[in-house]
Ligand binder design. Structure first.
Ligand SMILES: Cc1ncc(COP(=O)(O)O)c(C=O)c1O
Length: 310
């Protein structure tokens, strides 16, 4: 199959060629499902070249971790997908259909840790949203980052409250327009770091390109205020478990200096889960309580062992 999908556009995006029944690979490669539950090889073309998701990055997505075939926090991810789609005014299928797609890519209950990505583009001008689910292996590099990462503090070019006041900037929606986030990560890699913490024009931290910033200060977990950033599902899950275990939770303005004064700092996100920050701009953070606190928070998050890769 080349070019546009051979089956043309169905009511919910591209349709697989008739009769294509795709057997899932044994391990290690990606797998794609349409929301009717049909599986496609990840190597087959799926989007039309005039799909707004391709030509404008116009669409929304979610990514979560599946452990031994079980997706984590699926309900919360479907909630956020719905909120993002509403912010962009993209008409997406209901959660039952998305769950069918997720079930399809995990139907063989793959052992180990996999990333599951739900994508909805606005679609072509003359068609509906293009929706699909992809399961991919979690690479060893990402898993290794659960042991520690160095970050750079990079300018975001805006401050959180300002973008939160401008709904058309879509702050807080998980859109497909991640090119600047990826550029920031490449900048970090080119300068010897693993990741980035974005600093707003007011000098306070916002978030990482694909993660939430969390600090421990005594028995408090601290994270930047919600304005202008994505509401992290992992951080929310962590805060709920930590609060139940007696931690105080604070959402307050945090500066780079606060990272050095904290007992420990992490980036949290759905696939990597909990990545302890060891250096900021090449300077080591105090390591004294980091390992103990990371173990405590990993248990609160019910984090799977790092080794098993799908
Ligand atoms: C910009 C941004 N902030 C924060 C997060 C962390 O969110 P979650 O824990 O829901 O994965 C992500 C996840 O990809 C993200 O892209």
């Amino acid at each position: 199959m080349t070019g546009a999908p051979a089956g043309g556009a169905g009511p919910r995006g591209p349709v697989a060629p008739p009769g294509l029944a795709y057997a899932p690979p044994v391990t290690g490669t990606s797998l794609v499902a349409l929301l009717d539950g049909r599986l496609l090889p990840a190597t087959e073309p799926l989007l039309r070249p005039d799909d707004a998701g391709v030509v404008r990055g116009d669409g929304v997505f979610e990514t979560t971790l599946a452990v031994d075939g079980e997706p984590r926090d699926l309900s919360e991810h479907l909630d956020r997908l719905g909120r993002s789609a509403a912010a962009l005014e993209v008409d997406i299928p209901d959660r039952t259909e998305w769950s069918r797609g997720v079930d399809a890519v995990l139907a063989d209950r793959p052992a180990g840790q996999w990333s599951v990505r739900l994508t909805a583009t606005r679609g072509p001008d003359d068609g509906p949203a293009t929706c699909f689910v992809v399961r991919s292996p979690v690479g060893p590099r990402l898993l290794a980052q659960r042991q520690g990462i160095g970050v750079l503090a990079l300018d975001r070019g805006f401050d959180g409250p300002a973008v939160a006041r401008a709904p058309w900037l879509l702050a807080g929606a998980k859109t497909l327009s991640y090119a600047t986030n990826m550029a920031a990560l490449r900048w970090a890699a080119a300068h010897g770091a693993d990741d980035v913490v974005f600093v707003g024009t007011d000098g306070t931290l916002l978030e990482a390109p694909t993660a939430t910033v969390v600090l421990a200060r005594g028995r408090s977990l601290v994270t930047p205020p919600p304005e202008g950033i994505l509401a992290g599902i992992t951080a929310e899950r962590l805060f709920a478990a930590a609060a139940a275990a007696g931690w105080a939770i604070a959402r307050e303005r945090v500066t780079v200096a606060d990272l050095f004064a904290a007992d420990a700092v992490w980036l949290t996100s759905s696939v990597r889960l909990l990545a302890p920050v060891t250096t900021v701009d090449g300077r080591a953070l105090p390591a004294g309580r980091r390992a103990g606190l990371t173990g405590e928070l990993a248990a609160l998050l019910d984090m799977p062992a790092p080794a098993a890769v799908g």
